[in-house]
Design a protein around this ligand. Sequence first.
Ligand code: ATP
Length: 319
Amino acid sequence: IKRIGVLTSGGDAPGMNAAIRGVVRAALSQGLEVVGIYDGYQGLCEDRMEQLDRYSVSDVINRGGTFLGSVRYPEFRDPAVREVAIENLRRRNIDALVVIGGDGSYMGAKLLTERGFPCIGLPGTIDNDVAGTDYTIGFFTALGTVVEAIDRLRDTSSSHQRISIVEVMGRHCGDLTLAAAIAGGCEFIVLPEIEFDRDELVKEIMAGIGKGKKHAIVAITEHICDIDELARYIQEKTHRDTRATVLGHIQRGGSPVPYDRILASRMGAYAIDLLLEGHGGRCVGIQNEKMVHHDIIDAIENMKRPFKSDWLKTAKELF
Ligand code: ATP
């Protein structure tokens, strides 16, 4: 291979820029050319791309978001649309593609690979919901942001003896909530992996109040329930002022923490090694501190992300 493309897709995550930089600089060091594709699969289909040099990725390692842009482009599910993408890649003499995104983006990469165009996937999402890796690029930065928000809620909650419910991102994965709850010392945790019974939660909160706790912070993953309604219910049952806070998109922003920059740089460089070794259709991960790669199809279809049950056990012991 002589020329590769790189794009970011799906929800943005801090560290995506560092990953693009890793891909570009490693590729150039190995004598490859790199084309940056704007706005994910949409830019690929609309042929919006340009050649990158080492200065194209100067001053981006510390920046959140992605300078290439990232969009959701459901049209990419259509095989005819994907043919346009492949034509654009071939016309520009691009031999392989690095896709930085979540599992949805991996699906697109898998379909291109099945059509004969080699792709490597890098896990870029704050949700930590991608199979084949212990951590995704962006997770630890988002974790820091969530914990900082919880620390602030704790100050006001304990001053007013209030119950705080804080909704954390993660889609259908509770890792960000669970990790933030441990680091933020939250008393109660509601996760998509565990069946939720609000009366059970009320009982636990009442037990905490009985023990003399001044505040109660409940960390809950998004999409489980309407947290304003949950707050009203808890207030009605406990007679304690209860407030709901949806952290929302602030969790996606900010300068990546050093761990995410290192992870992104390592993964970017590793993707180039894989392509030069002739691999395609692989996704990159970190497992037990080592760079690993898996078949992208196998990862999507067969690999489950193990639930951190030992983390939850610890969290509960420390309530
Ligand atoms: P995050 O979870 O962080 O939001 P993601 O990569 O999972 O990231 P998605 O919106 O699910 O985000 O997917 C990103 C893009 O990947 C989609 O907008 C679409 O262009 C492409 N994509 C997703 N699923 C498929 C699919 N089944 N077939 C082809 N392309 C897909």
